[in-house]
Design a binder for this molecule. Sequence first.
Ligand code: ADP
Ligand code: MG
Length: 311
Amino acid sequence: MTLDHALTADALTLGYGERTVIDGLDLVVPPGRITAIVGANACGKSTLLRSMSRLLAPRSGQVLLDGKAVHRMPAKELARTLGLLPQSPIAPEGITVSDLVGRGRHPHQKLLARWSREDDEAVAEALAATQTAELADRSVDELSGGQRQRVWIALALAQRTDVLLLDEPTTFLDVSHQIDVLDLLTTLNHTRGTTIVMVLHDLNLAARYADHLIALAAGRLHAAGPPEQVLTPQTVQAVFGLSSEIITDPVSGKPLMVPRGRHHDLARQDLARQDLARQDLAREDPVREDLVPEEPAREAMEREVGVGRLS
Ligand SMILES: Nc1ncnc2c1ncn2[C@@H]1O[C@H](COP(=O)(O)OP(=O)(O)O)[C@@H](O)[C@H]1O
Ligand SMILES: [Mg+2]
């Protein structure tokens, strides 16, 4: 059995009520690779992920997994191949961490043999990988945002699906846990060949961790390809309306986006200084300059004649 599953969107249009959110989108998720989806708030990233995991039926077009339309596949069959960590998942009240992560095994359970050793192993491995084993007996309600997020990632891992979709998996995590989670997903990709598709807000982490970057703007595909091709000042401007500079990340060698903004821009300050200097030069009057001594000489003169400031 090959792990490589073909996941594509074909003229996909999605929306809610009257409103169209994704409009005629064609896209290919490279099998066995890591894909990051980036785009401005409310551009339809979560909507797209929900539709890819069959939670939202297309208005027209389709999402195909290995050539089959996902919204016509039985839920359990799809769940054995493709898992989704939604953006704001809701845990049943009072559920413990181990019970919640155990729910990731449901798609694999047969009617009679309900819980197998493989299920135990999968849960233990997922807890260990996300450093949540020590939380196993705690109630999910009482965890911090970051702990809870890691538990949800454990649930996604416990499903052991060949394709894993994650909607902002690093939200609520401090920077070191963000790196941990992205490293963990990379290891999963390298060791098991899991196809990973994640929505990330941090463009620089997206460029570093993804093999393939998808930039959405206003419900359409703006650009897709390797980060080196997609993360350009033009894309950042078109997708986020932000002026930026792209440099090379000294750690990974990947593109690194440095936003401009109205303050802190050395190049702009430099230009402004040059501009002021030019204005000064234009105002300069050589005759008066001869008459007015330079500062130290002028102070000496003031002391000598015993008067106040000459001006
Ligand atoms: N369940 C829903 N009902 C109606 N509108 C929705 C629903 N979910 C999302 N939307 C709207 O669809 C648009 C895209 O939302 P979403 O896919 O969540 O964006 P993103 O994840 O890119 O921030 C937004 O304008 C949002 O308000
Ligand atoms: Mg979202």
